[in-house]
Write a protein that binds this ligand. Structure first.
Ligand code: ADP
Ligand code: MG
Length: 295
C-alpha cells in the first residue's frame, strides 16, 4: 500500500504541493486530475523521491525519502517524456530495465508493439514512444505504477488498449497513480478520483460513491396534466414543466407518489436527472463551498 501523509513540496522556494495526504491500496487505480501547472507532475516526482519534501511517503511501510529509494524497487513510472535512448531499438530500451525475458515478451505483445519494437526509437511517433514508456513502467511486475499523462499522443484504439492493460494489472493487485488534465479521460478506468487545484487536493472520492445516484431532481411523466398541477399546488410541491415532463425536487418524490396513488392517477415514467461525471464533480464542489465542509 502507498501511504502519503501531509506532503508538502517546495521548488525553488515556492510551495508547489500543499499538504497532500492520500492512500492507494492494491488493485486501486487513482486518477490525479487537474489543470496544467497545478502540480500533478511535481507530486508524482515527490512520490518517486525526486524532490525535497516534508511529510511522509511510504510503500508497504517502507519510507521513501530523497535519499532512500529502496522502497522504489517495486515501482514503475513514466514521468513527462519517457526516458528512451533514441539510438537503441525499443526492445534494447526495455532490456536495459528488464529482469525477465518472459515478462518482457509479454509486455511487447500486450501493448501491441511487435511491429515497431525492433526499430530504432529515434524514429518513433509520439504514440509509439508513449507505449514504450508505459511498457518500461510495467516491467518486472511492479507493485505501484505511476503514469504521468499516459494517454497523451495516443489514438482512440491505443487509449482503449492501455485502459485494458491497466485494468489487467490492477486485477492482479498492482496499484496505479495516473495523471490527466482531462477528467473524462480516466473516467472509464479509475477507481478513485483525486482532484488537484493549485497543489491542493480539493476532492478525493471513490468512483463507486460518485456513481451513486446524487440526483436532486426527478422527471415525471403523467396523464391528466391539469389535475396533477392542481394536486401538487395544493400540497405545496414545487414543479415545472420541462419537455412535457414534470420536474420536481428529489425530496418531494415520495409525497408526490403517495398523492398520485391516493387520487387514483398513474405515473407513466419517473426518472432521476442524469449527470455526467463533470457535472457531478461541479455539484459536489459547489455543495462543499456552500457548506464549507472539508473532505
Ligand atoms: N523545476 C521547476 N522549477 C520551477 N518551477 C517548477 C518546476 N517544476 C514545476 N514547477 C512549477 O510547479 C507548478 C506545477 O507544475 P507541474 O507539477 O508540472 O504541474 P502539472 O503536471 O499539473 O501540469 C507550475 O507552476 C510549475 O511552473
Ligand atoms: Mg504535468
Amino acid at each position: 500500500m502507498l501511504s502519503v501523509k501531509d506532503v508538502t513540496t517546495f521548488i525553488q522556494g515556492k510551495k508547489i504541493i500543499h499538504d497532500i495526504s492520500l492512500d492507494i491500496k492494491p488493485g486501486e487505480i487513482v486518477g490525479l486530475i487537474g489543470p496544467n501547472g497545478t502540480g500533478k507532475t511535481t507530486f508524482m516526482k515527490t512520490v518517486l523521491g525526486l524532490t525535497k519534501f516534508t511529510g511522509s511517503i511510504s510503500i508497504d511501510k517502507q519510507r521513501i525519502t530523497e535519499n532512500n529509494h529502496q522502497a522504489l524497487k517495486k515501482v514503475g513510472a513514466l514521468i513527462e517524456h519517457p526516458a528512451i535512448y533514441p539510438f537503441l531499438t525499443g526492445r534494447q530500451n526495455l532490456l536495459l530495465y528488464s529482469e525477465s525475458n518472459k515478462d518482457l515478451e509479454e509486455i511487447i505483445s500486450t501493448l501491441k508493439m511487435e511491429n515497431f519494437i525492433d526499430k530504432k526509437s529515434k524514429n518513433y511517433s509520439l504514440g509509439m514512444k508513449q507505449k514504450l514508456g508505459i511498457g518500461i513502467a510495467l516491467l518486472n511486475n511492479p507493485e505501484l505504477v505511476i503514469l504521468d499523462e499516459p494517454m497523451n499522443g495516443l489514438d482512440i484504439e491505443s487509449t482503449i488498449m492501455i485502459r485494458d492493460v491497466i485494468r489487467k494489472y490492477a486485477n492482479q493487485g498492482c496499484m496505479f497513480l495516473i495523471s490527466s488534465h482531462i477528467l473524462g479521460e480516466l473516467q472509464k478506468v479509475m477507481t478513485q478520483v483525486v482532484l488537484l487545484r493549485s497543489g491542493k487536493v480539493i476532492l478525493n472520492r471513490s468512483m463507486d460513491l460518485l456513481n451513486q445516484d446524487s440526483s436532486k431532481k426527478y422527471y415525471v411523466q403523467v396523464d391528466k396534466k391539469n389535475l396533477i398541477e392542481n394536486l401538487l399546488s395544493r400540497n405545496n410541491i414545487d414543479y415545472q414543466w420541462v419537455d412535457n415532463c414534470l420536474e420536481i425536487d428529489s425530496q418531494d418524490v415520495k409525497l408526490m407518489q403517495d398523492l398520485i396513488f391516493q387520487n387514483g392517477f398513474y405515473l407513466n415514467r419517473l426518472e432521476p436527472e442524469k449527470l455526467n461525471l463533470e457535472e457531478k464533480v461541479i455539484r459536489i464542489l459547489s455543495d462543499k463551498e456552500g457548506s464549507n465542509n472539508e473532505e
